[in-house]
Design a protein around this ligand. Structure first.
Ligand code: RB5
Length: 151
């Protein structure tokens, strides 16, 4: 797969663990930064990663900040992005099967690198279930984006 990855200053160390894992697994990686502890703003990294996903330049995106929360909020503002904040293996599998998520967010300050590596592997390997009920729910979310419908 082609995978875009980005992180802020609180997530770049975990990104530096995940990028070699992705390459070792045969993926093509587009790394948008950042690469040091100087303070940056997470939307500035979510925007290019999500742009590459919705434009079809890459198959999936991975975003990392301190908690993963800011990145997931920012990512889900992009129409066509379904981003899941994941810190456990059950959710990594379930969000692919049920939500067909195309972006994964994680928090470097929440989980260790070993768990993060396993999450990435499971999230990339698990296919969407194609279940009719799940497709129907995703369609409704897409319609919310298209119609700006909010409950
Ligand atoms: C940076 O201090 C931190 O706020 C950021 O990485 C992220 O956790 C925000 O949601």
């Amino acid at each position: 797969m082609k995978i875009a990855i980005g992180a802020d200053h609180a997530g770049y160390r975990l990104k530096d663990v995940i990028v070699p894992l992705l390459k070792q697994q045969g993926h093509e990686v587009m790394d948008v930064g950042c690469d040091c502890a100087d303070s940056v703003d997470y939307p500035d990294y979510a925007i290019p990663v999500c742009g590459m996903v919705v434009n079809g330049e890459v198959d999936r995106g991975i975003l990392i900040c301190g908690t993963g929360i800011g990145m997931s909020i920012a990512a889900n503002k992009t129409p066509g992005i379904r981003c899941a904040l994941v810190h456990d293996l059950f959710s990594a599998k379930a969000t692919r099967e049920h939500n067909d998520t195309n972006v994964l967010a994680m928090g470097e300050r929440v989980i260790g690198p070993g768990v993060a590596e396993e999450i990435v592997k499971v999230w990339l390997e698990t296919p969407f279930s194609q279940g009719e009920r799940h497709r129907n729910r995703i369609r409704k979310v897409t319609e919310m984006e298209e119609n700006s419908l909010h409950p």
